[in-house]
Ligand binder design. Structure first.
Ligand code: FES
Ligand code: FES
Length: 190
């Protein structure tokens, strides 16, 4: 079967997709996007986390056919050209990356958390609420397993990214763009 989907804002097509194939296989092996990792293929580790119509999913558990005419966002789509997203920068700077296998999924999940916080803040009009607490971060990343870091540096990275996204106007502008992209994904408008 032929699959057509919007991936990171670009319409992509793959032919001869087997009906039982996973979205993860489609992304990595057919569409040339190896950022999402295949660690367990059972929905346990979160290394394959992507957005599907603006909602986090484990790509290994989603059939490729379910991506038909939908919007997918992967870790590759977070950077703007050579400019890493603040979440990506923070993971590197905080030393939250060791083997790196879990990192793409954690980055996407952290991006989702911080984007949701930004939306809540905008609705509530409470500028101080952008930074998530440790328990909120732990809950948001509970589906993403890391065997190397002990999670402390991952927590530090998310706090660093949250601070930058709250205090840096340019980062804040980029976050607003992310939210708009998320809205478009959710609405399937592009
Ligand atoms: S590879 Fe998908 S959850 Fe582990
Ligand atoms: S850095 Fe190795 S699994 Fe997380």
């Amino acid at each position: 079967m032929r699959i057509t989907a919007t991936v990171n804002g670009e319409i992509m097509q793959a032919d001869d997709v087997w009906e039982g194939e996973s979205l993860l296989y489609l992304l990595r092996e057919r569409l040339g996007l190896p950022g999402s990792k295949n660690a367990c293929e059972q929905g346990e580790c979160g290394s394959c986390t992507v957005y599907l119509d603006g909602v986090l999913v484990c790509a290994c558990l989603v059939a490729a056919g379910q991506a038909q005419n939908r919007s997918i966002g992967t870790v590759e789509g977070l950077a703007s050209g050579d400019d890493l997203h603040p979440v990506q920068e923070a993971f590197a700077e905080a030393g939250a990356v060791q083997c790196g296998f879990c990192t793409p999924g954690l980055v996407v999940a952290a991006h989702d958390l911080l984007t949701r916080h930004g939306q809540e803040q905008g609705q509530a009009g409470e500028p101080g609420r952008r930074r998530p607490s440790d328990p909120e971060i732990r809950e948001a990343l509970a589906g993403n397993l890391c065997r190397c870091t002990g999670y402390e540096k991952i927590l530090a990275a998310v706090h660093l990214a949250a601070d930058r996204m709250a205090g840096d106007r340019m980062a804040g502008d980029r976050m607003a763009g992310d939210r708009m992209a998320g809205d478009r994904m959710a609405g399937g408008a592009e």
